[in-house]
Design a protein around this ligand. Structure first.
Ligand code: G
Ligand code: G
Ligand code: MN
Ligand code: NA
Length: 251
């Protein structure tokens, strides 16, 4: 995987693709945006899972190049949809903690965003809470926030969970890990946990997104606890960029 990924990244990028999953407002299912999810088709192995090739990219020092490629593709798609007159809200892109060690990350990103005729507020960077953030990542997050980019704490509530992080990171959004949604409608403690997280986020001025919404009963329970936005197979599966215009027009 490392060799073919390295080849893909040094050449035209053939084999690297993005899938876009809609994020909808919980109350009325208005379109809030898309999350870009990377895909890699290995010439020999076929379709590889991100959970498989992202650690390889990390290990072989390819994450910076992969992240820039993903960002370029996501911004290009967003600019393309805009040019076609489509209203889709914001584009969310996952960023590995290691990418944030680059002190030039924010200025490079700001230039890419401007080159595509987009604004920083139209882009949200998702940082996984589970990953131990290197100390060098913190000034980058602060600079990104200062520049007006959205910052989401992804997969919140599992892994290296620390509530102090919610206070200390310059985030704008918290995404509750899909393991919370999975348990819904669930028991009273399951709902109480989510309700508490929603209130905590609200008190800290953070917007909330629930991941992995697969059933109407889960959506109803999430609305009941006041989650702001939802994402999951019930509302839209990750789709290739050429399916996005049709998806938006059908709504
Ligand atoms: O896309 P799912 O389809 O399998 O994604 C699996 C995991 O990979 C998720 O935790 C997601 O956040 C992460 N991921 C998906 N796309 C990207 C990406 O472009 N960059 C990084 N760093 N992580 C990604
Ligand atoms: O960690 P992050 O939220 O970035 O990753 C999103 C991952 O969740 C992707 O692998 C995506 O394919 C997957 N995903 C999106 N919606 C659902 C869903 O409703 N159910 C499940 N099981 N996985 C989902
Ligand atoms: Mn994510
Ligand atoms: Na993630």
């Amino acid at each position: 995987i490392a060799t073919s990924l390295g080849t893909a990244l040094s050449g035209s990028g053939y084999g690297i693709a993005l899938a876009f999953q809609p994020v909808l407002r919980a109350s009325d299912l208005a379109m809030l945006g898309f999350e870009a999810l990377v895909r890699f088709n290995d010439p020999a192995l076929g379709r590889c899972d991100p959970d498989e090739f992202l650690p390889v990219a990390e290990e072989f020092g390819l994450m910076g190049a992969l992240g820039r490629r993903v960002m370029a593709m996501a911004l290009e798609a967003a600019a393309h949809w805009r040019a076609a007159g489509l209203q889709f809200g914001r584009m969310a892109v996952n960023v590995a903690a290691s990418e944030l060690r680059d002190p030039a990350f924010t200025t490079t990103l700001a230039a890419m965003v401007a080159a595509n005729g987009l604004e920083p507020g139209g882009l949200c960077l998702e940082v996984t809470e589970g990953e131990a953030l290197p100390p060098e990542a913190l000034p980058t997050l602060a600079a990104l926030h200062q520049a007006g980019f959205g910052i989401a704490i992804d997969d919140f509530g599992v892994g290296h969970s620390s509530l102090a992080r919610l206070r200390d990171l310059p985030a704008t959004i918290v995404k509750f890990d899909r393991r919370f949604t999975e348990r819904l409608p669930g028991t009273e403690p399951d709902r109480a946990l989510l309700l508490g997280m929603v209130r905590l986020a609200g008190a800290l001025g953070l917007a909330t997104v629930a991941e992995g919404v697969e059933t109407p009963a889960q959506l109803a329970a999430l609305r009941e606890v006041g989650v702001g936005a939802c994402q999951g197979y019930l509302l839209g599966k990750p789709m290739p960029s050429d399916e996005v215009p049709g998806f938006l027009r059908r709504r």
